[in-house]
Design a protein around this ligand. Sequence first.
Ligand code: 4AD
Ligand code: MG
Length: 467
Amino acid sequence: MEKIKRTRIVDLLKTPAFGTIVNAKGWVRTRRGNKNVNFIALNDGSTINNLQIVVDLANFSEDLLKDITTGACLSVNGLLVESMGSGQAAEVQATEIEILGLCDNTYPLQKKGHSMEFLRDIAHLRPRTNTFGAVLRIRHNMAIAIHTFFHQKGFYYFHTPLITASDCEGAGQMFQVTTMNLYDLKKKEDGFIDYSGDFFGKQTSLTVSGQLEGELAATALGAIYTFGPTFRAENSNTPRHLAEFWMVEPEVAFADLDELTALEEEFIKYCVKWALDNCADDLAFLNKMVDPGLIERLQGVISTDFVRLPYTEGVRILEEAVRNGHKFEFPVYWGADLASEHERYLVEEHFKKPVIMIDYPKDIKAFYMKQNPDGKTVQGTDVLFPQIGEIIGGSVREESYDKLMARIDELQMSTKELWWYLDTRRYGTCPHAGFGLGFERLLLFVTGMQNIRDVIPFPRTPNNAAF
Ligand code: 4AD
Ligand code: MG
């Protein structure tokens, strides 16, 4: 076969150089035709669109043709011509075909229309489907949007450790990291496990958040963001929870509550607009096949002002809904940690737009949030989204050493692993604020997918760590 430089299918279709001999490589999606001519839909992952390969059967041997099966990997040389068929700009009239990889008939993606559950069981192959190709290209684009947004605003990308001895959220949902022999654990006199012989000489876990280290960085570099995996051993088997998920955590020195919520809103809108501008083909596909309201919802979010809603006012609205006959599964009262049904009621039915809830009761939020003068609430913010519920959680941080220590004592937290964090409040403390965006929650919103297991390549959930 003549060696011709490969062109990606996205480029072949974008500005087709009609009349030139090109090479394309990719995987067979479908093959159809009659006894004279066959049409192969070839996809190389560079775009949702397939390249149509026209094969004049008279020009190729039986032996070769029988191996062009669904899933096989091909290299094709041929003439790029304008396509007469609808749906594509260009097609290739094959002159030479080489089979790079045979695909036998046990290939599970023979037919279209597999269920999401089935595809999760073959997560190693599902990126080859249209839906997952689209989701994964959008996932990449959202990561680029995030880095671009923060870089342009002068935030530094800061790397925080994945192995840690501190529980940032204080919720005790950490996965332990150990090299100890679990069959022969040494205990101390008080009955607790003796970690002194463990790899780090103390008990360590996978981080639930990079925030505490992020705060150190913000009080040195001014504004930073982290973007990496975080781990939570919460046993919530819901379509919105993963045990391993990616989080984006900006932290800004000198920011107050208004600046924090403004940043949250600007950031999400930037990401959503990026998707609309850069992922049009994939979004059009998802809009057609997965969620017919998707593009309209994305456009809605970037063109509307998010509501700022104090928690107390939110509870009042929910209580009124209950009085008017609305049924919630979980009770609503001041002090309750609102469930996703409550959040979605406020967003989808009451305001019909994204809501940034502020000023939460201190007892349902983490120790580091800035305390309000009322003694009851803290300057925490959750950004609540249609379909998703909470997409961002953040807060102004308590910068006063004394107030922070008082809260830590109240919660009976140990300061043993927090001494370095507390130092920020002793050495030139400053007002600062930050938030965490769940990357997969953003992807749920942007792709219209229904289950968080379907927006990450290899999901980790209770009883599931395959691949
Ligand atoms: O609200 P969270 O717990 O906030 C923090 O971790 C703070 N330290 C962030 C900060 O202020 N720097 O988590 C932040 C976001 C949530 O709003 C949600 O989008 C996502 O992370 N998230 C999850 N996503 C998937 N699976 C889970 N189990 C998640 N838990 C939280
Ligand atoms: Mg939260």
